[in-house]
Ligand binder design. Structure first.
Ligand SMILES: NC(=O)c1ccc[n+]([C@@H]2O[C@H](COP(=O)([O-])OP(=O)(O)OC[C@H]3O[C@@H](n4cnc5c(N)ncnc54)[C@H](OP(=O)(O)O)[C@@H]3O)[C@@H](O)[C@H]2O)c1
Length: 248
């Protein structure tokens, strides 16, 4: 009998996490999703997905919720989408939600990963830059996440668990689709600055994560894949020249 792969998607109620949950449930996988709040409104629950509520910034809550998820069977795919969306101190909030929560969840699963297991942590391409509007905590926590990926890739390899990261630039998700598609100036700006000529989507990010969890990437661990249409390859001075000197 083939065992269905069981995925735990942390932050699978919104954005890219929801896109991945939707993709994998259609493929017939067992999906468990953890988030602070239950899916509601336009982003209501997806049929077949099991939802669990816990604030993973609280380490006691982590053990309990991971224990409940494991009652559904060992975890084959573990994907982290959560980011700090709370009130208050963004430094502590980002470090707790991004780093401590991810570490605590991995440790709470411990030896109860399934066969050919894979972990993917979602970071951001801005760890290589300084982005206006994003806090110091966000930059530092996401940079730390890349180190966490490499560390666990080595320490969990003996258990047959691969660990990788993805670093997207801004992407269009279900919630923001109207906004991005409705703004022609923004679309024109992305056409001009991104080598592939457009903003990426949550579904495209989900495809890369699926690859990193699947057999086609069985010899890849500890890596970080940038998913940005080539945006971060362009030297900043090229933009400055093009826009400030009004050159093509
Ligand atoms: N959106 C972009 O353009 C973009 C660009 C680059 C990188 N990224 C990265 O991609 C990832 C996904 O982004 P997104 O915009 O799709 O995220 P999002 O829409 O904000 O969704 C975040 C998910 O994480 C859950 N979550 C947040 N804090 C949590 C906590 N303490 N405990 C448990 N669950 C928690 C949220 O549910 P609750 O609110 O109910 O907890 C939600 O399901 C993030 O890590 C982000 O940094 C996003």
């Amino acid at each position: 009998m083939t065992v269905k792969r069981h995925a735990l998607i942390v932050g699978g109620t919104k954005g890219a996490g929801r896109a991945l949950a939707g993709k994998w449930i259609k493929e017939g996988r067992e999906i468990s999703v953890v988030s602070r709040t239950a899916p509601s409104g336009k982003l209501g629950p997806l049929a077949g997905v099991h939802y669990f509520q816990a604030d993973l910034s609280d380490s006691k809550a982590v053990k309990k919720v991971v224990g409940n998820v494991l009652k559904r069977g060992p975890i084959h795919d573990l994907v982290f989408f959560q980011r700090f969306r709370g009130e208050g101190d963004s430094w502590a909030g980002e470090l707790d939600a991004t780093l401590t929560a991810t570490k605590n969840v991995i440790d709470a699963v411990g030896t109860r990963f399934g066969e050919a297991a894979a972990i993917v942590a979602v970071g951001t391409v801005i760890t290589r830059f300084v982005a206006e509007g994003s806090s110091l905590g966000y930059h530092v926590a996401k940079a730390g996440l890349e180190a966490l990926v490499r560390y666990y890739a080595v320490s969990l390899a003996k258990n047959g668990v691969r660990v990788n990261g993805v670093s997207p630039s801004t992407f269009e998700k279900e919630e923001s689709r109207e906004f991005f598609r409705g703004d022609v100036n923004l679309a024109e700006m992305y056409r001009k600055v991104i080598p592939l000529g457009r903003i990426g989507t949550a579904d495209e990010l989900a495809d890369v994560i699926s690859f990193l969890c699947g057999p086609q990437s069985s010899y890849i661990t500890g890596q970080n894949i940038v998913v940005d249409g080539g945006f971060s390859l362009v030297w900043q001075e090229s933009f400055a020249r093009r826009f400030l000197l009004k050159k093509k």
